[in-house]
Design a protein around this ligand. Sequence first.
Ligand code: BMA
Length: 851
Amino acid sequence: MKLNSLWKMLDFGEETIDVSHFCSLNYDDSHWISANVPGDIHSSLLATERIPDPFYDSQVDQVQWVEARTWIFRKRFPAIKEVTPETRYFLRFNGLDLFANVYLNGIELGEHANMFRPAEFDVTQTLHTDQDNLIIVKFDPLRSRVAEEELSPQMPEYDSQTRVQVRKAQAQFMWDHTPTCLMVGIWQDVLLEQFEGARLKSPHFRILSLDKNQAVVGIDAPIDQWMNHPELQVDVRMELQPKFSHLMPNVKQTFTSTTTVENGIARTVMVIPHPVCWYPNGYGESALYDLNVTLRTDNRVVDSFVDTVGIRTIRIDQSPDPDEVGCTNFTFVVNDVPIFAKGANWVPTDLFNGRVEEEDYREWLLLLKEAHGNMLRIWGGGQYEPESFYRIADELGILIWHDFMFSGASYPENRPDFYEEVRKEAEYQVTRLRNRPSMAIWCGNNELDWHLDEIQWDQPGAYYPGKNIMHKLLPQIVNELDPDCFYWPSSPYGGNDHNGSQAGDKHNWQTWHAIVDRQFGEKPKSITEFEDQASAVSYWHLGTDQGRFISEFGIHGSPIMETLRRNIPEKGLIYNSPEMIFRNRNIIKDRGDLMMQAHIGIPTSLDDYIDYSMMVQAEGLKYGLEHYRRRKFHCSGALFWQWNDNWPSITWSVLDYYRFPKAGYFFVKRAFAPVMLSVKKLAEHKYTIWGTNDTLADVIDTLTWTYMTFDGEIHHKNSTQISITANTSCPLINLDNSMFENAQPERELLWLHSEAGLFPDNRYFLAGELRDLKREKPEVQMSVETQSEKLCVSLRANAKYAYFVNVLVPVGGVHYSDNWIDLCPNETRVIEIWHKDGKPLLPESIQLRWR
Ligand code: BMA
């Protein structure tokens, strides 16, 4: 039974609080505030207009008092039925944030201080059978309970003395994409569960072996038993979900088995002939089976467990790369198919983490699927997400790279209570997520090993507080509870230094942060040591990156005007106004200016800023992703920073808080297309056209490439038969140098087009830098046709080249087939626009812009 509804809450100050006072059923709480459960206090206060909208202007500063109060939650529910000697009741809070004392009917059940694992209490003796029951939860102000401690070495980042002491989403203490705002509340479900004599404890579904002809799966079901039952049995039933039956017609895909419980565990092994395997997006269907596990005696069901599982194997190939001597691969291999990981980094998606709905997660992940993505990295500064997030990832075929929740700091592992909390949290999370087919890798943390080594650069390999957690405790737990999942100590990790290009994963923050590659024992360089800081941060550095798997790189892009208007007062809608700067939490505020200076120039108006920053982000991501994909499988993944935002801000995300896409989203979508053709510049006048094929079939097509001017003059046009072997990337055509001898690069481009429509058109500006392009702004005509629930928008440029052509309907839930496109002279292209719920869209609402 869920106990989520009808909670009340109230706050108190410094005075000593006598909780027993509220524990009486007669206490009148009619003046208390309705509390959202699951939810956070800020959202409840906002809903009842007790706080101003924290997203508007700088109002987040006005809600900081919330964390400094003591909050009491109160909930009444009816008496339970008489219990038998076999009955046990458990009261379970899936998420309490943070220092909570829980009382039931005036009796203190216990204390809890970890947002990342549930609090569970056996309440069989405490529940009332003859009158209502009453739960009280008291949350203490966090800072009154935390003794700050200076750990050494410590990264001076984001309140690290306080935040590392508590098991709470680290970015709530502030990060470079989010303001300080400490959540408080019952942020996940509250459940009262009843069992008779025994219960199932997290059955573990495992793939014991897999080949084309059969899978052998194991289901281990540990039992918690408190009564002596003569014969406990476990029935297992596994059935392919009907929507996937077409994948294996005429082969029965229902399997059952019964086993007895021995020594507290029921172990089942089942052979599945002709299994229907689960694949990540782009490689096949993400087929799921329903799994039912039932615990019973001869005549009675004692407990049951329902799950959806997938049949797949995942391993990481770290063998030496014969072509790049001294380097090893870092390739995810799913069902023996090497995968190029395409995706991004995921941060908590709302500052007010209790108010995110399942539908929100679905949209965030669906947008990645639509952009041909197949992996998200859940970043260690955030949180383990609620169940629905992972279920949706399973359905959509999005692999999960999961950091444990540690980020950018030393951690007090020498405190026994802290170490113990981490152990319990990791055991819980690994157990919770081990049946998810999307779970691809557990990773110790975000950037500890790398940055702490940089701080202690003259003692490579030195100890840092937290090292035992990352290198001993967590791998032991993963190995014991989910031995089929790969553990990796940190992100980045591997090579010389931990952010090396020779092995493992790498964060490329030369672009944007000017962090250059180094080796163990070398002193890190700071940005002030560069004479030309704009070149030091430019996105061209991505093109020389020899990393094996890029798990972070990124560039800020402004959100659309609608997002700014919703949150910034009129007077602040100016480029670099204090109000705008407030939304940019990167401590070095002018990094975006440096990026624009490097490639396009400094904007003078807000409109130009929106466009210029979006261009730098979009072109930079395109350039980086094309490079990394050309290197397939010397490089086996590109996860850019960052997918989403948790408030309306100026960050590296490609979708803003409202999920309004930036130009970068569509540049990424095109650069992630299963088949991609791209141009690589080798030297002056030397260009090669590459083909990259992520599909599992050879691609045969006719490529038409055109060398032309922005005014539509065609220097060369050629149609060539191309073929790209399945799951490879290779150079296709070396363009003849002589063609470019009289080039006027600032007026010219190369245009790539598929005659069979197998890859999206691509373009290469010969000038390189956007600021060097010499173009006149053309006319663009738009005509709109309504086709059932879609708007089909035809866009046509007159005799000149049009850049960054975008059509926006700034309403939540609107999807676009493409956007921020280029139009060749006299070319017509169609963009389809629809609402996720099929809501009608008005042609008049379309805003057309181009450069
Ligand atoms: C990396 C991430 C985050 C950060 C991002 C942008 O360091 O791991 O900590 O938000 O870069 O600076």
